[in-house]
Write a protein that binds this ligand. Structure first.
Ligand code: NAP
Length: 280
């Protein structure tokens, strides 16, 4: 590092588990860029001061992870329409002191899907979960031309998210369903794409599964946004019935690759970023 090195990083709490430093630093090295990516543990009470610090320290770009993605919105000078719509910013770009906010989660998910040979257009999708990642995923799927059955444990949250998306797109393309409603099983059986946006099955409870195995069928493509473990119980159950699927690593990589592109204006070395994540 020199006095010319450009600093980027991630604000999270906790942040020690983040895969982004190894992924982004590998990308900077591969392109010979004099940049560094640093994990910053920022307590929620300190978020505003940390954001002011981006300007004060001349930090070029910052990712936001749990629990900062929503609150940071009011601290920025400009926020993209996508990020505003899903009330989530995961990328800040410091443009000569003007802090601009973006969300790359939805586009990262769509690129991950496309890299598996699947598209949102025309898909009959079931999304499980109605939290932060689901907001980005459902908006991106609908913007890409999918119809979505939105299945969630807490029906009210699914109803609220469906109303927001349907309001934005002026159509009833998202149908909210409670996880314990028989309509949830029917929706999965009629779907060609299933996306898990819950942490069910994630380390340290890898044996859990968000829906029963007997809802799955060979006509489904299952995208599980979980990436730890690499093969979740849901993906194993899908494989057992002849369904294809993928874990959340590609989404992680593509959302990071899009942040990289915003900060550097360069084409991200996606394969190198993915290898860095795989190596942990
Ligand atoms: P979140 O905002 O906390 O939302 C979690 C959702 O899961 C909620 O809708 C919640 O339902 C549901 N849920 C939680 N526990 C459940 C259970 N035991 N049974 C049924 N439903 C349950 O979380 P998030 O930020 O959206 O993240 C969700 C998952 O996606 C996490 O595993 C995260 O690691 C992963 N993710 C991956 C990527 C990637 O790049 N691959 C990016 C973002 C997130 P209620 O509404 O009923 O509480």
């Amino acid at each position: 590092m020199t006095g010319m090195t450009r600093v980027t990083g991630v604000f999270g709490y906790p942040v020690s588990h983040s895969q982004s430093p190894s992924m982004q630093n590998a990308a900077f090295r591969a392109l010979g860029l004099d940049c560094v990516y640093v994990p910053f543990g920022v307590h929620p009470d300190d978020l505003e001061r940390a954001v002011q610090g981006i300007r004060a320290l001349g930090i070029v770009g910052i990712n936001l992870t749990i629990p900062h993605k929503e609150r940071v919105i009011d601290m920025l000078d400009w926020v993209s329409e996508d990020a505003r719509r899903i009330r989530s910013v995961n990328t800040i770009h410091n443009c000569d002191g003007v802090l601009k906010g973006y969300s790359t989660d939805g586009a990262g998910f769509i690129r991950a899907l496309e890299s598996c040979g699947k598209a949102a257009s025309g898909a009959r999708a079931v999304v499980i979960g109605a939290g932060g990642s689901s907001r980005a995923t459902v908006h991106a799927l609908v913007a890409g031309g999918a119809k979505v059955a939105l299945v969630n444990r807490t029906l009210d949250r699914a109803v609220e998210l469906a109303a927001t998306v349907n309001g934005s797109f002026g159509d009833s393309v998202v149908c909210p369903i409670g996880l314990d409603d028989p309509a949830a099983e029917r929706a999965v059986k009629e779907a060609d794409l299933l996306v898990n946006c819950t942490p069910v099955g994630m380390h340290p409870k890898p044996d859990a599964q968000p829906i029963p195995s007997d809802w799955l069928h060979s006509g489904l493509f299952v995208y599980d946004q979980i990436y730890n473990p690499v093969e979740s119980q849901l993906l194993r159950a899908a494989r057992a019935v002849g369904a294809d699927g993928a874990n959340g690593i590609k989404m992680l990589v593509f959302q990071g690759a899009l942040s990289f592109e915003i900060w550097t204006g360069r084409t991200p070395p996606v394969d190198i970023m993915e290898s860095a994540v795989m190596q942990g």
